[in-house]
Design a protein around this ligand. Sequence first.
Ligand code: ATP
Ligand code: MG
Length: 427
Amino acid sequence: MGEGVRYSKLLIPTLREEPGEAEVVSHRLMIRAGMIRKVAAGIYTYLPLGLRVIRKVENIVREEMNRAGAQELLMPMVQPSELWNETGRWGEYGKELLRFKDRGEREFCLGPTHEEVVTDLVRAEVKSYRQLPQILYQIQTKFRDEIRPRFGLMRGREFLMKDAYSFDRDEEGAKTSYDTMCRAYHRIFERCGLTFKPVEAESGVIGGIFSQEFMVLAETGEDSLVACHACDYAANVEKANGDSCPRGHGPLSTHRGIEVGHIFMLGTKYSRAMKAVFLDNNGKEAHPVMGCYGIGISRTAAAAIEQNHDAKGILWPLPLAPYQVHVIPVNDKSERVMITAELIYGTLSNLGLDVLIDDRSERPGVKFNDADLIGIPYQIIVGDKNLAEGRVELKDRRDGKITKVTTEEVIDLVKKLALPPPPQAES
Ligand code: ATP
Ligand code: MG
């Protein structure tokens, strides 16, 4: 359901000046638009506007995970060293794993990922092939003590991730779960309104047999990828070797991207190490075959800005925008302006749209600059001059186009443009 809110009641500390320490555009704009503030290196507070964007990403991810048959749970962020010793990763993981002791001198870490915890759960609760497959996921704060936290939410130390884990009876089942998650990822990034590409990738410290990354294409991206002109082959540069397509279809071109998701075929690496077994349909013990699937929720919000901005500020894709419509009465001293703006605001929020009304007594220039910086896709500008002709202005933030329409027309128009279409069925 939609939500209306008054600018004067929200903490939106916008900045006119460029923040000094921010090197990439998403970091700069998130600070300038009053969406995030740094608490320590790689650790941020999400302010109300920033949190709304995070929640929009989360909701899309949650809906698509549920639709794909994954079940939401929530595991602890604090994990005991015993579980990590079982897989050997307590020794392998290195300094990115933030370790500490409790008052009883027992060793713990802050979870950078949850293969150990989820495998521990499944080995205790899943005993029969009849209970498989299972796909379990959570949306949770992760901690990785990155050497060089930078670029704001793009590479934080504390960040939000969706992580899912699949458990199957055999390889074939595991492949089916992997494909189901892969399709869900396509739907997620399509629904976010982002231009992206899945690429073949290396598996890193998570390990496993095969993995793919989902890259949001942006010139400012940290990652390089190659894509074939003739077929759908694409790989990140670590994985690709040489500059021709391994499927023999011709030349590859290079692109920059941001890794927003990563899916892995794990095999039995974790279930074997942790002695997770179930009885198969012949009564024989077997290890569940696993997959794991991550999405950087907070990084996705930042990547959306890297891909969608101009000199004045953010150009939110509609599905991720903190609000869909920004109503701007230019003169708060004019009764007619305020009554009309309030009427539009009330009507649109009742229709189920997320609407922000700038009810501050600021100069028009200040309101316009803030509106362009924050980047809500549709602005409705209500001023005395146009109202004398019974009209208001509808501005499309992306192309800057302004249409003068009556107050009735603006409601219909915005309804058509901004009300989200009902989600489509699985194709
Ligand atoms: P990277 O190569 O960028 O360090 P990763 O390969 O170590 O990431 P995964 O273990 O695949 O990360 O984690 C799943 C997802 O979590 C990534 O695809 C990314 O979107 C997100 N993510 C990982 N590290 C960070 C971070 N430091 N800050 C924000 N998001 C992150
Ligand atoms: Mg990765």
